[in-house]
Every structure is written in C-alpha cells, then in structure tokens.
Ligand binder design. Structure first.
Ligand SMILES: [Zn+2]
Ligand SMILES: [Zn+2]
Length: 236
C-alpha cells in the first residue's frame, strides 16, 4: 500500500540516513550500528609505502612512483558499499563523509608535509560521456576545501584502457603504462602534490600518475584514497 503523502514528505525530510551506507538510522546518530561496529579502519602504525598497518604489510618497503599513501579504511565490509554508493549513485553526502575521514588520515599520516596542490586520477573522454561525474574528482574537491589546499585538475587520460578489475598485477602495470599525461598549462615544477583516487588496489594507476607528474617536474607526490585493498596474505 502507498504511504499517504504527508507521511511520505515527513519521511523524506525528517528521516536520517547512515553516513556510510544510507540505511535509515535513529535521529540521534549519524552512523548505523552495523557501520559503527564494522568500519574497517586502518589503525596505526601504518607502513608509509603501502599505507596498511605494519603488522599486515607485505610490501617489503617496495617503492612505487609515489612517495607515500594515506587512507582511513581497508577496502572491505561496509566501506565497499560506501564506495559503490559514491561511484554509481552520485551520493554527495557520502563523498562528504568519506573525505572527512580522508582529511583526518592525511593530517595525521602526512603531518610534516606541506602540499602545494591537490589533483586527482582523471576520467577519459569515454568515461565522461557515460558517467556523470568522476568520484575521484568529487573526493578531491571536498578534500581541497577541508585541507585548504588548492585543487588543480592536472592530469589527463590519453586513451581508454581496459578496466583494471580483472587483470593480474603485471597486466595492470602494462595496462596503465602511457595512459596518463599532464595537461599543457599545468604549473607543477618543484611542487609537492597530493594525488587523490577512490581505492588503491595494486597501486599501478596511482604509481603511473605519480611517475608522469614527476617526469613533468613535480618534486614529490603523495596519495590519498578512501580505501586500500588489504594485502593478499590475509585474504581467506
Ligand atoms: Zn550504515
Ligand atoms: Zn608496506
């Protein structure tokens, strides 16, 4: 049975939704019980190269194109759902919430670093036609306001590559090689840059973006993502 109009309007304006998964929550809380209990937080101490807790890190300090990465969460449990909402539902309140957590993570992990600018992993022209917005750009916009660092769309994607999702680590590295470049009028010489993306899986995309930024003159590139895929060894 349909709800009466008055009830529907009341529901629309006065119900509160969980900041992470959009489930209706009690008026006194911002986060549902499930999310509060299950947020896959990456706790200190973190490995500065791969961003995960040192006890779970198996990167052996293997350096990528970037100088460090910071993320508040592992890409698992309810954060997977948050990122799905962010990517496909255009839920700006999710970007706002997730960027709050990213800002805290950046402030604590990179407390000694002064950033000159923020940029993000770009969409290709093909992506732009089929998707209304780039989630990495949305996160970067929020983060720029919260951290008071200017946002400069610096990178461009030269052509459409295969989705990284079903590729092996080596295939991913090849798949992103030469895909990105810096826009013509970008002023990045000797700059320290914070590069934003939604999720880090193998780091191949971020690494490639960081390399090209450095080839074009950037001094340092650090990355900020919402989440990092947990290291393989503890996957069941
Ligand atoms: Zn929730
Ligand atoms: Zn590590």
């Amino acid at each position: 049975m349909k709800k009466p109009i008055k009830e529907t309007l009341l529901w629309m304006f006065f119900t509160k939704h969980c900041l992470y998964c959009n489930k209706v929550v009690d008026r006194k809380s911002d986060v549902c019980e499930d999310c509060r209990e299950n947020l896959p937080i990456i706790k200190d101490e973190k490995c500065k190269y791969c961003g995960v807790e040192k006890i779970r890190c198996n990167c052996k300090n293997h350096r990528k194109g970037y100088d460090g990465i910071s993320a508040p969460f592992y890409y698992e449990k309810n954060i997977r759902e948050s990122i799905r909402l962010l990517k496909f539902n255009g839920k700006d309140f999710i970007a706002n919430q997730l960027s709050d957590d990213m800002a805290e993570s950046v402030k604590s992990d990179f407390k000694d670093i002064v950033f000159d600018m923020i940029c993000f992993v770009p969409f290709s022209k093909g992506n732009k036609l089929t998707r209304k917005y780039n989630p990495s750009e949305l996160l970067a916009k929020h983060l720029s306001k919260k951290l008071e660092i200017p946002l400069k769309p610096t990178l461009t994607k030269l052509y459409e590559n295969e989705n990284q999702r079903n590729l092996s680590m080596m295939e991913r590295i090849g798949n992103v090689f030469g895909v990105f470049d810096v826009v013509e009028d970008a002023d990045i010489k000797d700059k320290t840059i914070l590069l934003v993306d939604d999720v880090k899986t193998t780091g191949a995309t971020l690494s490639n973006c960081a390399w090209i930024l450095k080839i074009r003159g950037a001094k340092n590139v650090y990355c900020a993502t919402v989440a990092i895929t947990p290291p393989k060894k503890d996957k069941k």
